[in-house]
Design a protein around this ligand. Structure first.
Ligand SMILES: NC(=O)c1ccc[n+]([C@@H]2O[C@H](COP(=O)([O-])OP(=O)(O)OC[C@H]3O[C@@H](n4cnc5c(N)ncnc54)[C@H](OP(=O)(O)O)[C@@H]3O)[C@@H](O)[C@H]2O)c1
Length: 221
């Protein structure tokens, strides 16, 4: 079975997606910065019968991110599914009139350079397999920019454009690029925004393979 690489493998959506795709038989490469937390999560998943390994990397360091994905490929085998869902840093969310060029470096590194580095690293596996899925997960500012969250709003627009271009360009190769926009917060127990419900939505996008942008809930929720 092939591998899903989850970039931003934390306790919320990352864990739920690891369980959901692991249940379908995929091996799971867990990527985030904190090695200890990743290894604890990998151990938990292993006790549940999912093959999972930790590959620490900071998405703002493209070389380290590419090296982590390469290590995942070597250890677990070809990566068929890439999910890019690290949770953005608080200091990216400044009001638009307080946002200077230097304040956009982090958001652009995080939401543009990181995805581009990750996608370029995994595409050869997907081309070899003749299939693949690239999943971008974003908050509501990807769809409606918010004046108090300028960094993420601006960088998510660029990430969305990149994803859309991939969607158009890679379809002929059997590679489906899609985005899940989660308006508001992830809410445990919510029928559509509980992490497990969102993981089901991501599985359905991977399985059904149509359309680029999907919404986890109504935009005004
Ligand atoms: N939580 C919400 O209410 C909410 C709302 C709307 C959309 N979303 C989206 O849903 C997705 C998952 O959110 P979640 O809150 O459930 O997150 P999660 O899966 O619980 O964890 C995401 C992980 O991203 C990692 N991360 C942060 N910065 C990173 C970096 N520079 N490099 C590598 N990894 C990094 C963090 O681990 P380390 O600290 O170990 O790096 C964190 O544990 C994200 O795309 C987020 O934008 C979340």
């Amino acid at each position: 079975m092939t591998t899903i690489a989850i970039i931003g493998a934390g306790p919320g959506l990352g864990t739920a997606v690891a369980r959901r795709f692991g249940r379908e038989g995929h091996d799971v490469a867990l990527i985030a910065r904190n090695r200890e937390r990743l290894e604890a999560l990998a151990a938990d998943l292993t006790t549940e019968g999912v093959t999972a390994r930790a590959f620490p990397a900071d998405v703002r360091d493209p070389e380290t991110l590419a090296a982590a994905l390469d290590a995942a490929h070597v250890t677990l085998g070809p990566i068929e599914i890439l999910q890019y869902s690290p949770v953005p840093h608080r200091d990216f969310m400044r009001p638009v009139l307080e946002t200077a060029p230097a304040d956009l470096i982090g958001p652009i590194e995080f939401s543009v350079y990181g995805p581009v580095a990750a996608v370029r690293q995994v595409l050869p596996d997907m081309w070899d397999l003749g299939r693949g899925t690239i999943l971008f997960v974003n908050g509501g500012t990807a769809a409606i920019p918010h004046p108090d969250r300028a960094g993420t709003s601006i960088a998510f627009a660029a990430e969305s454009a990149y994803g859309h271009l991939l969607h158009e360009t890679l379809a002929a190769d059997g590679i489906h690029a899609a985005q899940l926009v989660i308006p508001g917060a992830i809410v445990p127990g919510h029928p559509r925004k509980d992490p497990a419900a969102l993981a089901d939505a991501l599985w359905a996008i991977h399985r059904d393979r149509h359309g680029f942008r999907h919404y986890a809930d109504d935009l005004d929720s």
